[in-house]
Write a protein that binds this ligand. Structure first.
Ligand SMILES: [Zn+2]
Length: 304
């Protein structure tokens, strides 16, 4: 292998601590990749390897060979795992990721407080662009065109889901839901963040049998689902390619009978029932989702 010869022939040995603190993407990406193998796991699929190869100084396979040769990565059957020699730098790199996360989240929060959701999304994008695969392990999928507009709608919503709640609780839920939507991620708040009355208010709405932090999570989830569903419906209504919408969603112990009865059903766009279902009795709230039904090629031909 010419590459390994090149590396071990004349190049100075790589310093893992230096790579872990480097500000150059190609350098810290190698530690980022190394950290993926703690705990041990198999190598990535060819498609993922290709994405890594674009940011690493050499290809994915060459990097794995190099990290193994240097004694930081070891093959164990089908898996690869980091070695004791790599433990400290990998831990330092993880601390760094946590620190960067703790720095960026308040900045996004500030932009959301100012109702500037485009700025908030820009901060997220800049943060993610510095990560090797363009996303953090805790953030959601690549935001769509309408993402920050949707976050803004959640931030300003007066949906009936908030009916009966005190202004303080409603405001808090809007903000919390908007923040989660912005990141495309869900997390439970810590108890001391909750408005004092939130637990009782949500329990009065039927969100019972769970701690207030969990009720807050599901209520916020309902708010963002509502915004996303409404957006999907508008898109289907405005486009030519979708005539029908299907109701999909989780079918588990928390699914109520009224939602379950409609799961999998298809409707013409104009006749699609409103989501969330007002009849839903689940303590987690309605989790049903609109799914555009793509017409087959034949059907599209007939329309022309
Ligand atoms: Zn339901």
């Amino acid at each position: 292998m010419g590459f390994l010869k090149r590396i071990f022939g004349s190049a100075p040995a790589l310093d893992l601590n230096q790579l872990a603190t480097s500000q150059t993407l190609g350098e810290y990406a190698q530690v980022h990749l190394l950290a993926q193998f703690d705990p041990p796991r198999p190598l990535d699929t060819p498609a993922v390897r290709q994405r890594w190869s674009r940011v690493l100084p050499q290809s994915y396979d060459e990097t794995v060979a190099l990290l193994t040769k240097l004694g930081w990565l070891a093959q164990q059957g089908e898996n690869y795992g980091t070695t004791a020699a790599a433990a400290a730098p990998v831990a330092a790199y993880r601390d760094r990721l946590l620190k960067e996360r703790d720095e960026v989240m308040p900045r996004v929060r500030q932009a959301l407080k100012a109702k500037d959701t485009s700025e908030a999304l820009e901060i997220r994008r800049t943060y993610e662009a510095r990560l090797p695969l363009g996303k953090a392990d805790w953030t959601g999928p690549e935001p769509q065109m309408s993402h920050s507009a949707l976050t803004r709608r959640i931030l300003l919503t007066n949906h009936w889901l908030l009916d009966g709640l005190s202004p303080q609780t409603a405001d808090w839920l809007r903000f919390y839901a908007a923040e989660q939507h912005l990141w495309g991620a869900g997390w439970q708040p810590s108890e001391n963040e909750l408005p004092a009355a939130l637990g009782d208010e949500l329990a009065a709405q039927g969100m019972v049998g769970m701690p207030p932090v969990e009720a807050a999570y599901w209520k916020a989830r309902q708010l963002s689902l509502q915004a996303e569903n409404h957006e999907t419906w508008l898109r289907c209504k405005g486009g030519d390619h979708v005539r029908r919408i299907k109701l999909v969603g989780p079918d588990d112990e928390y699914t109520c009978e009224s939602c379950r009865a409609l799961l999998g059903k298809e409707y013409l766009v104009a006749r699609t029932p409103e989501l969330p279902h007002r009849s839903c009795t689940s303590p987690r709230g309605c989790r049903c989702v609109y799914e555009p039904v793509l017409e087959s090629f034949d059907e599209q031909q007939q329309k022309v």
